[in-house]
Design a protein around this ligand. Structure first.
Ligand code: IVH
Length: 711
């Protein structure tokens, strides 16, 4: 649209415009402002400065004032969402949106099934059915229907809270806006995707209009759904497959396959390739069949998902932190390509790790152009593993080599192999730097660590910046308008040195100060105000996010959630850390008692609090750290410490532990004064004696089942 209008109209003074020119100019402005809004709110970086953006809106308004009859239906003056404040609203999912554990080999799948049998205590020959269906490579969406009406649609977001894309979902033909015969509350979950034909056609249209083209159908689907203007979504053919559900007022069926059939009957598209399989053999056969059809399906899939068919058993298996125990994604093998390694660069991460990155001659791998890949660490480049054993039969990787690149799904591409027959003459083995390329501090490798680390700590600019970037990243503080780019610029100019400085930014560069954010290049009144608001908004933060944001080595999202769940509140966690200053203490043992926390993690946490406790406290003092929402707080065992002993007859130890934890209890391995309850099956020995001596309540398995309502 924009490219096709009279190219001179945009330079003419509003007062001199003819009516025809005004029509064209209003169309151009409407389109341009819509794209600027989308770029500002979407994943793309804004392409207009605030000043230019404001000028366009003013021009639009001035033309409308002169020619009131020409105002367009889609005029930016009328559009909601044209104001930055009207970005997507947030929706908290009534039930968490889960992701899936991955398997890559037949053995992984056999182990997945065996693990379920063990967990449930089922014999090897007891029947156990699974569904197998394509894993659609799109983005997941949750649709909430109340009394048969679509009330909202939300993206996955972080699983807890997603973006409100209701208006856009209504534009997708596969998504019914009203249902008959559905439960009063029904959340349907599935995948939004774009078919290959539609993707090609969209890219052709975009190219013709000089607009941005998309790297793959997945990005195109994401970009089209996350549009502030639903008219844009309407013009982009998106589709939807339903494959799961969230909140429900009544069960859909007794099995996964029947529940999906029910969704189909309600009017949703469900994948026709879904099969029910009686055993691992049948599951793998379905995988092979689906893989063979992959190229002719007309849409992207990246694996096969297996789900336990019996919903009552799904319930018993429950969840790990973010993935169900009853499902797994069997990913297709990675895609490969050969190209030249042009250079090896070293990046310094937030924990000081020196990571070698391969700069490649660009090559297409599975539809995506790849020009960077990870080289892991110095041993990997040298052709040996962390124990010194050869990998790639000992072939090292050198600059100038032909290397094989592979990528699986969204992960960073990797280098798998090197072709020695194409090695240029006179090439030399790569010499891994012994000093930090950013701050020149010695870079050392500790025994047993495969990674060389800069010893500069926070004097190392790379570490300081990377920590800040991590702090504001999506899974951490996720401050709107403060991304990696902005943090880097603020850091460079000395505006922000530590995370705490983010929360004093407004005091130092807000209204009334000598130097103000709104006067910085690329910023303006509106964007500065918005950033300050966004920062204020994040002063209140869930404990798990806060812990993750600290960027402690080995503490990812999952372990941060485990820690938050275990300690519940920031003061409790902080006090435990203070108490646990030595690794022999009771508090250290308490850390280790958390399922999923081992000695490496425990030591890393203690080390971080020991080295940076003051800084962390100062940061915490600027914030309101919210108590962790435990799995359940209304259950009779919430917050209690339980110990199981003896033989349980109705469920395995693993299931009992998982059930107890899901109900908000802590499960410990041994009886102490802190134990609230011992569940003792037949054959209970010394633990029962000790519990009796300590006056701890002892119950049997039947009483336990009655207590948790599973009798
Ligand atoms: S089930 C209860 N089934 O894969 C588990 N997910 O890697 C919820 N996906 O976040 C997911 N096709 O976006 C399921 N047939 C399928 C799927 C599928 C694609 C996506 C989904 C999920 C991601 C996990």
């Amino acid at each position: 649209m924009a490219g096709k209008t009279d190219r001179t109209a945009d330079r003419i003074d509003v007062a001199d415009l003819t009516q025809d020119q005004a029509v064209e100019e209003l169309a151009r402005l409407s389109d341009l402002i819509a794209r600027a809004d989308a770029a500002y709110h979407g994943e793309d970086a804004p392409f207009l400065s605030d000043g230019d953006y404001d000028a366009l809106r003013q021009r639009n308004a001035a033309i409308e004032a002169r020619f009131p009859g020409l105002q367009r239906d889609d005029s930016p003056s009328l559009r909601v969402g044209s104001e930055p404040a009207a970005a997507f609203g947030k929706i908290r999912h009534a039930k968490r949106m889960l992701s899936l554990a991955n398997g890559f080999s037949d053995d992984d799948i056999a182990e997945f099934v065996a693990g379920i049998r063990r967990f449930l205590g089922l014999a090897e020959d007891a029947p156990l059915a699974f569904t197998a269906e394509p894993k659609i490579d799109g983005l997941s969406l949750s649709l909430r229907y109340e009394d048969g009406q679509l009330v909202h649609a939300a993206t996955r977001g972080d699983g807890e809270t997603g973006e409100d894309v209701t208006a856009n979902a209504r534009e997708i033909p596969d998504i019914p806006t009203a249902l008959t015969g559905a439960p009063a509350i029904l959340e349907v979950r599935g995948e939004v995707y774009m078919a290959h034909d539609d993707f090609e056609a969209l890219n052709a249209r975009q190219a013709e209009q000089g607009a941005k083209t998309f790297a793959n159908p997945r990005n195109a689907a994401a970009g089209s759904l996350r549009q502030l203007d639903p008219a844009i979504t309407r013009a982009r053919p998106l589709r939807f497959f339903a494959y799961a559900w969230g909140d429900l007022s009544a069960p859909l069926a007794a099995t996964q396959s029947d529940a999906v059939a029910r969704l189909h009957k309600l009017g949703f598209q469900t994948n026709p390739l879904m099969q029910t399989c009686e055993n691992v053999h049948a599951m793998l056969a379905t995988y092979a069949r689906i893989e063979a059809q992959r190229a002719t399906l007309g849409y992207d899939i990246d694996g096969v998902v297996y789900k336990l068919d019996d919903l009552a058993l799904q319930d018993r298996l429950g969840l790990r932190s973010t993935t169900p125990r009853w499902a797994i994604a069997h990913k297709f093998p990675a895609e490969l390509a050969w190209t030249r390694l042009d250079a090896i660069e070293i990046q310094v991460g937030r924990t000081g790790a020196l990571s070698p990155v391969a700069r490649l001659s660009p090559v297409t791998v599975g539809g995506v152009v790849v020009s960077n890949a990870t080289l892991h660490n110095e041993d990997y480049i040298a052709g040996r593993d962390s124990k010194g054993a050869p990998i790639r039969e000992g072939r090292d990787i050198r600059v100038g080599d032909w290397v094989q690149v592979y990528r699986a799904g969204d992960v960073i591409p990797k280098i798998r192999d090197v072709d020695l027959s194409k090695r240029p003459e006179g090439s030399a083995p790569y010499e891994f730097p012994q000093t930090c390329p950013e701050c020149a501090s010695p870079a050392i490798r500790e025994p047993g660590d495969s990674v060389r680390r800069c010893t500069g700590g926070l004097i190392c600019p790379a570490q300081a910046v990377e920590r800040l970037k991590h702090f504001v990243s999506r899974a951490a503080f996720d401050i709107e308008g403060l991304g990696a780019k902005q943090v880097e610029a603020f850091w460079r100019d000395g505006w922000i040195a530590t995370p705490r400085d983010i929360f004093t930014l407004q005091d130092r560069f807000g209204p009334g100060q000598v130097r103000q954010l709104k006067n910085r290049e690329g910023w303006g009144e509106t964007s500065a105000k918005k950033l300050f608001e966004a920062i204020e908004d994040k002063r209140k933060i869930p404990l798990s996010r806060f812990l993750f944001a600290l960027g402690i080595r080995h503490i990812g999202e999952t372990s941060a959630a485990l820690l938050a769940g275990h300690y519940g509140t920031w003061p409790a966690l902080r006090a435990a850390m203070a108490e646990a200053q030595d690794t022999g203490s009771v508090a250290y043992g308490d850390l280790l008692s958390i399922d999923g926390v081992g000695p490496v993690m425990a030591r890393a946490i203690l080390a971080a609090f020991e080295a940076e406790g003051d800084e962390i406290d100062a940061l915490a003092a600027c914030l309101t750290i919210e108590e962790a929402t435990r799995a359940r707080t209304d259950s009779p065992v919430a917050g209690k410490t339980l110990v199981f002993t003896g033989t349980l007859e109705r469920m395995t130890r693993a299931e009992a532990k998982a059930r107890a934890e899901a109900l908000g209890a802590k499960v410990a391995g041994s009886v102490s004064a802190k134990t609230d309850m011992l569940i003792a099956g037949p054959g209970a020995g010394s633990k029962a004696t000790k519990a009796a001596a300590l006056g701890v309540q002892v119950i049997d398995e039947d009483a336990w089942l009655a207590l948790i309502g599973a009798a």
